[in-house]
Design a protein around this ligand. Structure first.
Ligand SMILES: Cc1cc2nc3c(=O)[nH]c(=O)nc-3n(C[C@H](O)[C@H](O)[C@H](O)COP(=O)(O)OP(=O)(O)OC[C@H]3O[C@@H](n4cnc5c(N)ncnc54)[C@H](O)[C@@H]3O)c2cc1C
Length: 506
């Protein structure tokens, strides 16, 4: 092929991002940084429609996204009023009055080929056996409101095992990303899209209601629950998961800041839903997620307002949604990111992660003008698997419960669950083993924390645990717990760490 012919091959020249919520600006910031002006990027958003405006708790992979963007963590937290997150405290999930902590990082250390959890299971019935949280630096630090960043040298300390993520103000986060994206050349158009112009299996342009026409080679649908392009113009079917995840409403309200913000999210189960508490520097984010079949909006609002750790700042706002995902996240020259691709309720703070995962895969597979069908299939398979595994993990929290106090919980504990999850629970009961399926998001630590925390008990003991004498197993676990607690006790408080590194102006 001559150089001229090569040059004439259809290139990717213009990308249009539809939507300026968290998904739209995350995509704009990442693509503009990576593509360095080689592709023109336009973003369309409608001030009149606005954004969903929630989504303030994250999980550790977000740090890789920040690194991709070259974001300084302290500057980012100052700009967004952010705090650090070491995990989630679950209150009232296994049964009324119970609590457990799902930490980031890991539990203990494996002893050669013997997984930590195998040793823990072997000794769990012994007098004086400790709970799992005694072996997690994140859980131990969270229990006394402490935080520091992980040490980079492993040393002889669990401090290098600290896993952390952030809480931040969603509006400030979108504004922060917008500044980065616009500085990198992204052109913003404000206006309402009235029509999506399709030519064959491609989208050619979007038309705004004032007549402006925005053409592109490739479209990224970040239009939120509307799924204007992928669901609307391209017709990707919605896989409805509300029979497993019946919560379909949330009512949210911010409240005054907690003076010493805890370094974790709290999820408190109620009779027909649950409540989040996300502590920021300048305020606290709160909301009740519930099933409208079991609780009406007024009752949910009353429940929320009666259970705040501060004074409400503004009026409660109701959001409506349905759990599920689009069958294909990528059709033709359109990929969806964020709520337009699917939504799983915010129990494990996975939505922003799914946006990030979609962006990372899109960058790996960024097409020339005409996407390769095999690559599109691969993208859809990988994103579908990612959604489905997260779905299973979230269903686990609702299904593996001993709560019997309301029709809502009785339904959830007795409903049929996906075979993939049923198999995992059965395997855990029989063997005590937890595993990470391929490159799934949730690790052994997460599965163990939630299975045990929700009261699922293993009957079998891993034969590998028997390769240590009982005394040696005891000594190992004692040592891990002691070192973990001592390391946590030496950490600064979360409030002091923020004051020293990333205090927001207001
Ligand atoms: C109750 C609740 C709590 C949540 N909590 C968390 C959490 O703690 N952690 C987490 O990771 N995620 C959470 N999420 C999810 C998170 O909020 C979203 O993933 C994230 O905000 C991304 O939203 P989005 O950008 O896809 O959509 P949106 O914020 O809805 O943005 C859609 C954009 O599209 C534009 N748009 C739509 N239609 C048109 C049109 N016709 N013309 C022009 N523009 C248009 C809108 O103006 C807007 O700019 C939560 C979600 C809900 C509902």
């Amino acid at each position: 092929m001559s150089p001229a012919a090569d040059h004439d091959a259809p290139h990717l020249r213009r990308i249009a991002i539809v939507g300026g919520g968290t998904a739209g600006w995350m995509a704009a910031a990442a693509l503009s940084r990576v593509l360095k002006g080689s592709v023109a990027i336009a973003l369309v958003e409608s001030d009149a429609i606005g954004t969903v405006g929630v989504g303030e708790a994250t999980i550790p992979p977000i740090r890789a996204f920040n690194a991709l963007l070259g974001i300084d963590e302290d500057a980012f937290l100052r700009a967004t009023g952010g705090t650090f997150k070491l995990g989630i405290e679950f209150a009232g999930w296994g049964d009324v009055g119970e609590r457990y902590f799902h930490p980031f990082g890991v539990y203990g250390v494996d002893v050669g080929a013997v997984p930590f959890e195998a040793l823990w299971h072997r000794l769990r019935a012994e007098p004086g056996a400790r709970p799992l949280s005694a072996y997690s630096i994140c859980a131990a630090a969270a229990a006394t409101g402490r935080f520091q960043r992980p040490r980079t040298d492993p040393g002889n300390t669990p401090l290098h095992q600290i896993g952390h993520a952030f809480h931040f103000d969603a509006a400030r986060y979108a504004a922060y990303l917008r500044r980065l994206a616009q500085a990198a050349g992204v052109v913003r158009h404000e206006g309402r899209i009235a029509t999506v112009e399709r030519g064959g299996d491609r989208i050619d342009a979007v038309l705004l209601d004032d007549g402006r026409r925005i053409e592109a080679d490739f479209f990224i649908d970040c239009s939120g629950f509307a799924s204007l392009l992928l669901g609307g113009a391209m017709g990707s079917a919605f896989l409805d998961w509300s029979h497993w995840l019946p919560n379909d409403r949330a009512v949210a309200v911010p409240s005054t800041a907690i003076p010493a913000p805890p370094p974790y999210t709290r999820a408190t189960a109620h009779g027909a839903g649950w409540q989040w508490r996300i502590p920021l520097q300048h305020r606290t984010g709160n909301g009740v997620v519930f099933a409208s079949a079991h609780l009406d909006e007024n009752a949910a609002t009353d429940l929320l307002l009666a259970n705040l750790d501060g004074t409400p700042l503004g009026d409660p706002r109701v959001l409506r949604f349905k759990a599920g995902r689009r069958a294909e996240s990528w059709v033709g020259n359109c990929v969806a990111l964020g709520l337009s691709a699917g939504f799983l309720e915010p129990l494990e703070s996975t939505s922003i992660h799914l946006i990030q995962a979609g962006i990372a895969r899109l960058l790996e597979m960024l097409p020339a003008r005409d996407p390769d069908p095999a690559m599109v299939r691969r993208y859809n398979r990988l994103m579908g698997e990612e959604f489905d595994r997260i779905r299973d993990f979230i269903i686990l929290h609702f299904h593996a419960t001993r709560r019997d106090d309301t029709p809502y919980w009785r339904h959830l504990r007795t409903m049929a669950i996906p075979d993939s999850l049923a198999g995992r629970i059965a395997e855990y009961r029989a063997t005590g083993r937890v595993y990470r399926d391929g490159d799934e998001l949730f690790t052994r630590t997460s599965w163990l924390a939630v299975l045990e925390g929700q009261g699922v008990r293993a009957t079998g003991v891993d034969p590998l645990a028997m390769t240590l004498s009982l005394d040696e197993a005891r000594a190992r676990l004692d040592r891990i717990a002691q070192v973990t607690q001592a390391a946590a006790d030496r950490m600064p408080t979360h409030a002091d760490f923020i004051a020293a590194h990333c205090q927001a102006a207001s």
